[in-house]
Design a protein around this ligand. Sequence first.
Ligand code: MRU
Length: 354
Amino acid sequence: MTLQAIKWNKADGKLEILDQTLLPVITRYVQVKGVEDGWKVINKMQVRGAPAIAIVGCLSLATEIIHHPEYEHKTAFRQDVEGKLNYLVSARPTAVNMKTAANEFINLANNLSKDAQYTLSQMKDKFINEIDEMLRKDVEDNKAIGDWGAREILLNVPKDSFIRILTHCNTGSLATAEYGTALGIIRSLYEKGKLEKVFCTETRPYNQGARLTAYELVHDKIPGTLICDDMVAAALKTKQITAVVVGADRIAANGDTANKIGTYQIAILAKHHNVPFYVAAPRTSIDFHISSGDHIIIEERPEREMTHINDQRVAADGIKCWNPAFDVTPASLITAIITETGVFKPADLIKAKE
Ligand code: MRU
């Protein structure tokens, strides 16, 4: 059975998400009854991962449209969805996917409100159907990323090699509609019988690697080994790692990539050890509006994520903390960016727009 982070039933407009703050110990779904709930589950990281944030944000709007349908006219509907989509974007600032989806749906609302062929009720149906479609499209994109990535990695090793991948954070079924991006490539290699093992980092302070990626690997019986974040250099030196594959929260037009804090230092270490470093992401994670990573806003999270594990304080009382959730890996350290339409060198990323 595949892991399901998002449960959505279009017929009754019911949305539930697997509370990722409780994994791997407790499996509990939380109902999202509208945009306010959607904002909260994203902000509290009960759902996280750039694609999943966008999908849950938009589905929270769909559920609200289904359950609170009393708009007077099309303009009122358009104004309401625009305000709510912009509000959802503010829940977490770094990942671009929610912003990309918001822009797309605001455009749709504008176009439909001007189109005399659409009644208010048809406009709402169209909106809900398009949001619903995000789930199917995300899985399709992830499978394509998986195939492109596996192909690229296998092309660059001697025939009959077995592959060892190092990954960071969680980019799997829990971070997407299903299958995953970087973890999708790992899944694809595994399905082809080519994966020997995966090293996943713990990913302090939120522990997406230890709690979530390790959980997915065990769940799917993919051979995995957990390492602490400070073991990456030693692993790259001694464990014959074929490639590093990570996800992305926002990729600038020049290929600079914001991803989970710690990604940048892994890329430096990969370069030092001559190990290829790949970024795997759908094209919705590319922000062609910004020329470089210098323009990416990096979210800073509460100190408590560092000072406590669950309710247990692990840092000295009184110490100050700096807790950026993401860092930016310069394009010069990235071997290639793997998307659903192909593999692009950072310098050629513009071709991914076509
Ligand atoms: O803070 P998170 O857990 O939302 O960060 C997640 C990541 O950095 C992922 O690598 C990225 O969103 C890609 S998920 C397919």
